[in-house]
Design a protein. Structure first.
Ligand SMILES: *Cc1c(COP(=O)(O)O)cnc(C)c1O
Length: 393
């Protein structure tokens, strides 16, 4: 090893000393309710596959059919020959699903934020962002030429203070928020944010990665949940979570799409999503639009799981969604809780600094429509057992 890499060695040693170093677990099969992780069968409480669509037979078949008709790869970025017919069809379908004028699909949720934010603001603009927004928003903000301000999490007084003080110094002001905050499961105060945006003449941007497929009519998302169609300028969704495949998108007015197709850098400089992904996504969205079976089962499971953990005396935070944090506090204790549960046959990831603030470590239980009541009961028993062993309850 080159001597020049000593600084990284030191940093890795520090991770180990802090008890936060980890090896990547290997999932030996598909992402389902129970998975084979490093050779051990465990209940999977750690995926974003909210509706179980990642392994739905019709979704799998649609991926296979798409490969047969359109090949394995698109061969180019969208602006050259990568814009295959199914991708166009998907955007029309998603616009209908989201009840917005137009949809622009990107290769992932992260890449969508990175591409869209820098395209829609410029020097002389201001971005005001919730302090708990997702890392990909933070990166998107960093890549833009706009100034930035951070407001305290969901604190509308703080947001208004910033607006009062700074609105007039800028051309456009863009307020950005997660629709559902991914580490706590709470919802953005969208109606208030929209009201403030109108009062101060600002643009609004909602990243609904954990809300799409989960909240609203047939999983139409947070904007639908609050009845705010047509009042949010940029609605971001992912196709990698509830939809079960991969990708991200912006739902918006037509003009936004027209602009993104010229200035959304991931669309110009990175190859378009492969046909298998597009075929599978179209089927997932069709299933979601045709029935509430998936979202009903998800919410039924989530309510059941939360009520039980609450009764056992765990602090499960203030989640309003199927994301169920089990608050622990210390980083090393959180890691230990997760490790012991894995030994007992339950995989639930430990979320610690720097993903969440220091001292607020937690287990993050992700409930899915794929879970059976047996899966949930098994997990609850083990969480109780290990929670007692570690003095958490
Ligand atoms: C997961 C997530 C993303 C990233 O989505 P990918 O499709 O996995 O890249 C972006 N924003 C938020 C709020 C997320 O939770």
């Amino acid at each position: 090893m080159s001597n020049n890499l000593k600084y990284l060695e030191k940093q890795v040693e520090q991770l180990k000393d802090d008890g936060v170093y980890r090896e990547l677990p290997i999932n030996e099969g598909p992402c389902d309710n129970r998975i084979s992780l490093d050779g051990k069968e465990v209940v999977n409480l750690s995926s974003n596959n909210y509706l179980g669509l990642a392994t739905h037979p019709e979704v799998e078949q649609a991926a296979i059919d798409a490969v047969k008709n359109y090949g394995a790869g698109t061969g180019s970025v969208r602006t050259i020959v990568g814009n295959q017919a199914p991708l166009e069809a998907l955007e029309i379908l998603l616009a209908k699903f989201k009840r917005e004028e137009a949809v622009t699909v990107f290769q992932s949720g992260l890449n969508c934020n990175i591409g869209a934010i820098q395209a829609i603001v410029n020097k002389g603009d201001l971005i005001i962002s919730d302090e708990l927004n997702h890392a990909s928003i933070i990166d998107g903000v960093r890549l833009s030429r706009a100034d930035k301000a951070i407001y305290k999490h969901s604190d509308m007084d703080n947001l208004e203070e910033i607006l009062k003080e700074r609105r007039d110094d800028y051309n456009n002001v863009l307020i950005i928020t997660d629709g559902v905050f991914s580490m706590d499961g709470d919802l953005a105060k969208l109606p208030e944010i929209v009201k403030l945006a109108k009062k101060y003449n600002c643009l609004t941007y909602v990243d609904d990665a954990h809300g799409s497929g989960v909240l609203g009519e047939n999983g139409r998302g947070t904007v639908d949940h609050f009845g705010l169609h047509g009042q949010v300028d940029f609605i971001i969704g992912t196709l990698s979570k509830a939809i079960g495949v991969i990708g991200g998108y912006v739902a918006s007015k037509k003009v936004v799409k027209q602009w993104l197709l010229h200035r959304g850098r991931p669309l110009l400089f990175s190859t378009a999503l492969p046909p298998a992904a597009i075929g599978a996504i179209i089927k997932s969205v069709e299933l979601l639009m045709s029935s509430t079976e998936y979202t009903d089962k998800l919410w039924d499971n989530a309510k059941y799981f939360k009520a039980k953990l609450n009764t056992l005396g765990f602090d499960i935070g203030h989640s309003e969604t199927p994301i169920t944090p089990v608050m622990v506090g210390k980083e090393d204790l959180t890691m230990k809780f997760s490790k012991r549960l894995l030994e007992e046959g339950v995989f639930v990831s430990a979320i610690v600094f720097p993903t969440v603030p220091k001292g607020t470590g937690r287990l993050r239980c992700m409930i899915s429509a794929a879970h059976t009541k047996d899966d949930l009961d098994f997990a609850i028993d083990k969480i109780q057992e290990v929670g007692k062993e570690l003095g958490i309850i």
